[in-house]
Structure formats: C-alpha cells, structure tokens
Write a protein that binds this ligand. Structure first.
Ligand SMILES: *Cc1c(COP(=O)(O)O)cnc(C)c1O
Length: 427
C-alpha cells in the first residue's frame, strides 16, 4: 500500500511502533491530514473544530496566512534554518519585533535568553538564573501548578502521577496553596508570608516563587489581580525572584499579550514557549530583568536555540499585535465566550456555577469528575476537539484560537451545547 492510500488509523504503524507514553491520540484516534485556522481534517475528510489549539501552541490558529507567507519567503531565500546561538537576520527580526511591539510599549526592560525550544527548558533556565542570582536553592511553587516534564521543572509541578514518572528524587521545591485552594476565605498569600517569615516554618528562604496566573494543566484555577500583587510584593520585599510561567497563559491567551498585564506586576523572570513561535513551531525563551542576567556564556547551552523558522513566524505573529484592533478583537471574542459559558452555568446544573479561567483560556468544571472526559469524547464524535484538565480530569478546557471569527466561535460553541444536551448534563 502506498502512503497516500493509507487512511484509517489502523493502516499506520502508530500502535505497533510508537511508545506507550502517548496520550492525546488515544482519545482522538483520527489521522489528521490538513488544518486551517480553527479547523482540522482527518484523512477520511471529516472536519473538526479545534478548541485545543495545541494546548496553547496554536493561539493564532493553524497555518495563519500572514505567518505562512513569511515562512515561505524565508524558505525560498535559503535563509539559515538552524544556527545555534549565532546571530542571524531571522533572530534579529524577532528580537526587534519583540522590543518594538511588545516590550517597549509596555515599558518593560528585559534581556532575552533563548533556551532549548520547549517550555520545560525555559523553566529550567529561569530556575538556574534565580538560584545563581540569589545563591539560594529553594523554589516555591503552587498546588495544581504545571511547569514541564524535565526534572527541575517537574519538581515544581504538582501532579502526583507526572512526578512519580520521574522515578527519582525531585528536590528543592516547596509547594504552597494557590489562591482559592481551600475554597473558603483562607488567605493563601498570608499563609505564604507567614511561612517565609517564621524561622521555624521548615521552609528556607527561597530563590524564587514560580506561578501561572491561570493554571493550564491544573484545572484552570485563576489568580486574582489582588493575589498576584500580594505575591509580587511578598517576593520583592524579601529579595525573592518572581517567575511568571506564561508558557500557556501568555501570547494573548488571556486577552493581553502577557497574562499578568492586568495585575500590573513586573515579574523578575518570564517563561515563554508554546505560541511564541507563532505557527506552532518550537521556540522557548526566558525574559530576565537585566540585573539578574548572571549566567556566564555557555552556562545554559542548547543546540536548538537557533530556530530560524520559529523566529520568522514568531516575528510575524508579534507583528499582529502592532495593530490595536487585534487586541480589541481578541477581547470581543473573549466576551462572547464568557457570555456563553456563564449562560451554560445557569442552564446546566451539572456544571459548576462559575466558568473557570479568563480571556480565551477557559474551562468548564463539572460536578462529577467523569463528565468532562465524557463530554470530550462525545464532542470528538461530533467533530469538536476539546481536552480535559485538572487533578482529576474534571475540567473541560475551552481554548479556541484567539484569532477565531465571531461566527466560527458561535458555531463551535453550538456543537458543544449539543453535546451538553445529548449527555443530559441539563437536569
Ligand atoms: C506546556 C507548559 C509547560 C511545558 O512546556 P513543554 O514545551 O511541554 O516543555 C510549562 N509550563 C506551562 C504553564 C505549560 O503550560
């Protein structure tokens, strides 16, 4: 059989050859062959609305035309593709856009450290910088946080199954309760402050506090502006570096380019990956306040730091933000999404009353844990891709591309509403 005539999942060697470690493809056993914007097609021609968006790596949708043309032109020019950390025009274009479109207009002053092109590697770099700059070891992370699968980043991640998979010790991280962890009025920022100031708390003064403003893998828990400001103040007043892991929440997912803009805080270190490469291409970087740019040359090497296709597509994506209309249209879509989720919360008693998350980074929490997975499965049958999140997989993540049109968003949400009805979530 030639490759073009293969279609069904069973015609390919996925199950025979690919490792047991796969996850998404078990839930969504299609063979995808084409993608455009918020849509994907499988090899039988079935069309899917993609509300997973590459777990935040496809904020601008699939194969965005402006990004695609920039890539094609670059490929045709024989520009270097892989360049270690050499200077290239591609990298120059990316850095210039980052400065002109994102950093300068926000009054932000950071050094850019390109790391290996994964989220986990930007987190490893941030921890390395923080530990070196403070000469302390401990990192404070939060319950339900996720920071990546390599050992340092995994140590800061909270999911027990993922941690156990390491098969070795995960040290030097202390987990504190995230905002709202004990559901009532328990003030988790006050608790953190007490632990840091109590010489007998058992917690050493940390190098850094790392957090997500919206917890992408941990169930879409969302920190308030007040809490973020408290944590930033607690860190700053004790010489602890604040790291915002904006790998999933950043690049416009919450509505603004950085997820912490609304809170008005200035992290010491910012981790970006996923959508910073624009087109779903791999890129990772750590933004470092200049006084903490302390790693000596070579202290965090990585072969694939020079990803020129990612620089080119990433620069074209940043360029979208130079038009104020872009952020406004993302905000409009976020309002549209919010209204629908709030309506469902009233309509369907098996949904928690409040939708999770903010911006285009949303989730539906169900009163029974199994329901999120069941809705995800039924949605797949109907041609809608949605993944689950949270410690018990009880939150359905709703993450359309931030560039989706009004009608397209409405159509996708109609599909989801059909599934909610079909499963009799309405009672
Ligand atoms: C995805 C993610 C990571 C890890 O990124 P990888 O590219 O998978 O290594 C880290 N932090 C957050 C918040 C993420 O969502």
């Amino acid at each position: 059989m030639n490759d073009a005539s293969r279609s069904a999942h069973t015609d390919w060697p996925f199950d025979d050859l690919e490792s047991n470690v796969r996850t998404y493809c078990r839930r969504f056993p299609a063979v995808f062959s084409r993608a455009q914007g918020h849509l994907m097609w499988d090899s039988t021609g079935k069309c899917y609305v993609d509300f997973i968006s590459g777990a935040g790596a496809l904020n601008y949708g699939h194969n965005h035309p402006a990004l695609k043309h920039a890539l094609i032109n670059y490929l045709l020019s024989d520009g270097p593709i892989q360049s270690l950390d050499l200077h290239t025009e591609g990298k120059g274009v990316f850095l210039t856009k980052l400065q002109d479109v994102i950093l300068d207009p926000r009054g932000l002053d950071y050094k850019v450290q390109f790391t290996g092109p994964t989220g986990a590697n930007t987190v490893e770099a941030a921890f390395k910088v923080a530990r070196r700059a403070t000469e302390r070891q401990t990192v404070i992370a939060f319950t339900n946080g996720f920071h990546g699968g390599s050992l340092g980043a995994l140590a800061a991640s909270s999911n027990r199954a993922k941690r156990r998979a390491a098969g070795t010790g995960l040290g030097d991280v202390v987990h504190m309760p995230y905002e709202g962890y004990l559901h009532g009025s328990f003030d988790t920022a006050a608790y953190l402050e007490a632990v840091l100031d109590d010489p007998s708390s058992g917690v050493d003064l940390p190098a850094a506090i790392v957090l997500e403003t919206v917890q992408g893998e941990g169930g879409l828990g969302t920190a308030s502006t007040a809490w973020l400001q408290r944590i930033a103040e607690i860190a700053a007043s004790r010489g602890i570096l604040l790291i915002v892991d904006d790998i999933q929440a950043g690049c416009g997912r919450t509505g603004t380019f950085f997820s912490f803009e609304e809170a008005g805080i200035t992290p010491d270190l910012i981790c970006l990956s996923k959508s910073i490469g624009g087109y779903g291409l791999p890129l990772g970087l750590t933004l470092i306040r200049p006084q903490y740019d302390v790693l000596e040359p070579g202290a965090h090497a990585g072969t694939f730091r020079g990803q020129n296709l990612s620089f080119i597509a990433g620069a074209a994506a940043l360029d979208l933000w130079s038009d104020p209309e872009f952020a406004r249209s993302v905000a409009d879509r976020a309002d549209q999404l919010d209204q629908q989720l709030v309506t469902w919360g009233r309509q369907f008693p098996l949904l928690g009353p409040e939708p999770m998350g903010r911006g285009m980074f949303r989730g539906l929490a169900f009163t029974e844990n199994r329901l999120a997975g069941e809705v995800s499965q039924a949605a797949f049958e109907r041609g809608l891709l949605l993944e689950t999140s949270g410690a018990r997989g009880n939150v359905l993540k709703v993450m359309p591309p931030i560039t989706i049109g009004k009608e397209d968003l409405a159509t996708g949400l109609d599909l989801l509403e059909d599934v909610l009805r079909e499963l009799n979530v309405e009672k």
